[in-house]
Ligand binder design. Structure first.
Ligand code: PLP
Length: 310
């Protein structure tokens, strides 16, 4: 089972910023569980309790082909005794399922955990929150507890409010990567007044501020930095891959290429540009995502690009 005691605070010494008078720590949410890692566990926790109290037997959710959320729901379902169904973007993935499993470690893992898949076209996937689609799912799969794409809902925010604790009150800045905005919303809600939360979106898009505002009321101690998405969701560059490998070699901390790697590049760059006042204490939230490295490496290998060290 996931264990939040594993989420330790760790001091980071990194040569790229050693001349700067900044103290840098990371909260290792990635160590909560090998696959139900980081924020995905926080987001699922109260949803699982709710599904259990409603007497549901099945969890149904949505995701892309390499989704950390899909892996987390599949593993959680297995550990907590739920049947799981994943609605996956990309109908072509269903054409030859054995081949898909060979080239996609995330779906293979979810399958091995017992998840059943329904592969849909990108157009259908885009329409996944419509009433018609939902009614069709009920017809096809019967009764289920629905968890939205990326896992973000009110109970997920409640879980993410538990990421910060007394131990993290000492920090001036809390830095976190953003997909749907659920995780940062929980962090903003539980951050202390003297703390600034900075979010680094892993994708392009100006809808995020509105999404976050839905969950946080009138809070003002946060901002988003859109400068480090590296071209968009799941896009990478050689520079990013090189940074992540170098960071791992120096600190022994693995970062994922889709979320945490981009955020850490961003913070290190901002430190070097003297964005933070001298003496600032900065906390990274390591939201996990390590399960996605193998899938990304398979893609990079196909393009003859440098891969991530495991
Ligand atoms: C899903 C995910 C995020 C984004 O979380 P949101 O709550 O969707 O903003 C960040 N980091 C990792 C590793 C993730 O898997």
């Amino acid at each position: 089972m996931p264990n939040i005691e594993n989420s330790i605070l760790q001091k980071i010494t990194f040569s790229a910023i050693k001349e700067k008078n900044i103290s840098l720590y990371i909260k290792r949410e990635d160590l909560i569980h090998p696959t139900i890692s980081g924020n995905k566990y926080r987001k699922l926790k109260y949803n699982i309790l709710e599904a259990q109290s409603q007497g549901k037997k099945t969890l149904l959710t949505f995701g892309g082909a390499y989704s950390n959320h899909i892996a987390a729901v599949a593993a959680t379902g297995k550990e907590c005794g739920f049947k799981t169904i994943g609605i996956i973007r990309g109908d072509e993935l269903g054409n030859n399922i054995e081949e898909t499993f060979l080239s996609n470690p995330t779906l293979k893992y979810a399958h091995d955990c017992g998840m059943e898949f329904k592969f849909v076209t990108r157009a259908v996937y885009r329409d996944k929150n419509s009433e018609v689609f939902n009614a069709n799912l009920k017809n096809e799969f019967g009764d289920f507890y629905l968890i939205p794409e990326g896992g973000t809902n009110e109970l997920a925010i409640k879980g993410c409010e538990e990421i910060l604790s007394k131990d993290t009150d000492q920090f001036d800045y809390v830095c976190v990567s953003i997909g749907t905005g659920g995780t940062i919303s929980g962090i903003i809600n539980s951050a202390k007044e003297h703390q600034n939360v900075i979010g680094f979106p892993a994708l392009k898009g100006n809808f995020l501020e509105g999404e976050i505002r839905k969950w946080i009321g009138e809070k003002l101690n946060w901002k988003l930095n859109f400068d480090y998405h590296f071209g968009g969701y799941a896009k990478t560059t050689d520079k990013l891959i090189h940074f992540i490998n170098n960071f791992k070699q120096e600190t022994e901390i693995p970062l994922d290429p889709i979320y945490t790697g981009k955020m850490v590049v961003g913070v290190v760059d901002l430190i070097n540009k003297d964005y933070f006042a001298k003496g600032s204490k900065i906390l990274f939230i390591h939201t996990g995502g390590i399960q996605g490295i193998q899938g990304m490496n398979a893609i990079l290998r196909k393009k003859n690009k440098q891969t991530l060290k495991l």
